[in-house]
Design a protein around this ligand. Structure first.
Ligand SMILES: C[S@@+](CC[C@H](N)C(=O)[O-])C[C@H]1O[C@@H](n2cnc3c(N)ncnc32)[C@H](O)[C@@H]1O
Length: 312
């Protein structure tokens, strides 16, 4: 991550891309900060940021290709910051409660069917997270071409304890449009714009606010760490999965080695790859996420660390 960050910072048009750090919420502009989730090619996002130099605009996009496309369009803009991550999982880790004036989602995939319900904005976790990071009186705006999805969002978010359904507009007049919007309009489809206002304070648990260190009172050898290779575990209830991979050794004293063990985790499809740092401390060893990995302490990461400690 650090090497990529340095490389990207050397190229002016890519300075708009930011790399959030675990445990450090993003700075906001007190009087007006907005967020767009799933900005696609970034055409709307860049035009909107140019038209509103007085605001700070964040964009979150899960696709790396889209982030790079948007960054190229955004050269020279200093009121737009874009992040390559999964908004569903990362909203509360990136923003403090009551920090955003507006959150916009334009033409998200409606994810039809029960199997994908957890990906929709109507999933309880997602709507709670949106509600937490909005300021009281802030708004969540969603545009869609899918009538059923519009009705579902209107009903579900409209009954959220912290959100008030404010507007349901069909074919709104808009000065800036998105790529998908133009596509649907050309096909003669209707566009639905839904607005919800946050009416009272609301919070969610932050999963990554604490550091995690596990002490074990025994000596750990190369053989112990090697035995973890390819070991995997899962917690079906929490939708977490973890797997250990290769390991590296720092040092050459068999009793004082530091090990870096590769781990892959997934929390409900939110994947992270990082190193577990295993180092001698007092009479035993200390196990923690490696500081250079900048990993977010999700349930799967916690389980991976606990599992490694138990098995070592
Ligand atoms: C149908 S496209 C719409 C793009 C753009 N808003 C437009 O109207 O042209 C949906 C976008 O949301 C992004 N996306 C989907 N899930 C996401 C998530 N969990 N976090 C951030 N972006 C996401 C996709 O990569 C895709 O670019």
């Amino acid at each position: 991550m650090d090497v990529l960050k340095k490389m990207i910072n050397c190229v002016p048009q890519y300075r708009v891309i930011i790399f959030p750090e675990s445990g450090t919420p993003l700075p906001v502009k007190e009087n007006h900060t907005e967020l767009e989730i799933g900005f696609g090619n970034g055409e709307f996002t860049v035009q909107y940021a140019k038209a509103h130099p007085e605001i700070l605009l964040y964009g979150i996009e899960i696709s790396q290709a889209c982030v790079l496309r948007c960054a190229r369009r955004a050269a020279g803009l200093d009121n737009l910051k874009i992040i390559n991550t999964d908004a569903r999982h990362m909203l509360p880790e990136l923003f403090e409660d009551q920090s955003l004036n507006k959150i916009v989602m334009q033409f998200p995939c409606p994810w039809p069917g029960n199997a994908h319900a957890h990906r929709r904005v109507t999933a309880k976790d997602f709507s709670d997270r949106l509600a937490a990071v909005l300021k009281v009186q802030g708004v969540f705006e969603m545009l869609t071409d899918d009538k059923d999805y519009a009705n579902e969002v209107w009903k579900v978010l409209g009954s959220h304890e912290a959100l008030n359904p404010e507007d349901f507009i069909i074919n709104p007049a808009r000065s800036i449009t998105t790529k998908y919007e133009r596509k649907w309009l050309e096909q003669g489809k209707e566009i639905f714009k839904l607005t919800f206002r946050k009416i009272k304070s609301f919070t969610v648990l932050r999963r990554t606010s604490q550091e995690m260190h596990i002490k074990i009172k025994k000596q750990i050898t190369e053989e112990n760490v090697a035995a973890l290779k390819n070991f995997s575990g899962k917690d079906t209830e929490k939708k977490s999965f973890w797997k250990f991979g290769r390991f590296f050794i720092e040092g050459n004293n068999n009793e004082k080695n530091i090990f870096l063990l590769e781990a892959l985790t997934s929390d409900d499809e939110f994947e992270q790859k990082f190193f577990i740092h295993i180092a001698p401390r007092d009479e035993g060893f200390l196990i923690r996420p490696d500081k250079n990995s900048n990993v977010f302490l999700t349930p799967a990461v916690r389980s991976a660390l606990n599992d490694a400690a138990e098995k070592l």
